[in-house]
Design a protein around this ligand. Structure first.
Ligand code: AMP
Length: 223
């Protein structure tokens, strides 16, 4: 099962991506997480990427594509993968399509998380992330038991630089200009399924699992 999650930043892709990865035993490929780890580790890639990320701009394609191609070649992607935050523009989508074709693979589903910009600003400006394990919280909707501390691993919670209000607006603009055209592109290929991203985590999860479970049962029946 090869899946792309599409939608505005803060639409809930990261949260649902983890749930899908666990249920179907396929790896999550989140370019944002990979880039943030590189920034933390101060690698060459991280140093180059940081200035773009802090502004809410897209990191240049050549840097991102290289990470993705390398990741797709790892053994754990054999039975499928889920992209969260990739592709982010038409150029990346084309490279992905060509790379998969060479590997004899294709995308099976594109799940588009539909959430309005006003709701996104509310969500992202209150988001807090664990420095250690990456778990996400919200200062109103999903508070940790102890303020500033991760329930899962005890790590410190922080606000991502790009979750500050000025940068959120820039990220939404970038999304409309570069990423939103992918919606029509994948709709045209017959791959797009729209998920109503407003509501509780479990409600959103149910919509996704209903689509993917059907597909998995279908593929088991047909093999
Ligand atoms: P995210 O965690 O997906 O919101 O990504 C955070 C930031 O990482 C984005 O605002 C971009 O600066 C960068 N980024 C993540 N994925 C990509 C991508 N596919 N192409 C370019 N930049 C990306």
């Amino acid at each position: 099962m090869n899946i792309i999650l599409l939608g505005r930043p803060g639409a809930g892709k990261g949260t649902q991506c983890k749930a899908i990865a666990e249920r179907y035993h396929i790896p999550q490929i989140s370019t944002g997480d990979i880039l943030r780890a590189s920034v933390r580790e101060k690698t060459y890639l991280g140093l180059k990427a940081q200035e773009y990320m802090d502004k809410g701009a897209l990191v240049p394609d050549e840097l991102v594509v290289e990470i993705v191609v390398e990741r797709l070649n790892k053994a754990d992607c054999r039975n499928g993968f889920i992209f969260d935050g990739f592709p982010r523009n038409m150029g990346q989508a084309e490279v992905l399509h060509k790379t998969l074709k060479k590997m004899g693979k294709k995308i099976d589903h594109v799940l588009y998380f539909d959430v309005e910009p006003k709701e996104i600003v509310k969500r992202l400006s209150g988001r807090r992330v664990c420095r250690k394990c990456g778990e996400t919280y919200h200062i109103i909707y999903n508070m940790p038991t102890n303020i500033g501390i991760c329930d899962k691993c005890g790590g410190d919670l922080y606000q991502r630089e790009d979750d500050k209000e000025e940068t959120i607006v820039a990220r939404l603009d970038v999304y409309e200009e570069y990423t939103a055209p992918l919606i029509d592109c994948y709709r045209g290929k017959g791959l797009l399924r729209t998920i109503n991203g407003v509501g509780g985590v479990d409600q959103v999860k149910k919509q996704i699992m209903d689509i993917l479970d059907k597909d998995e049962i279908g593929s088991k029946v047909s093999t």
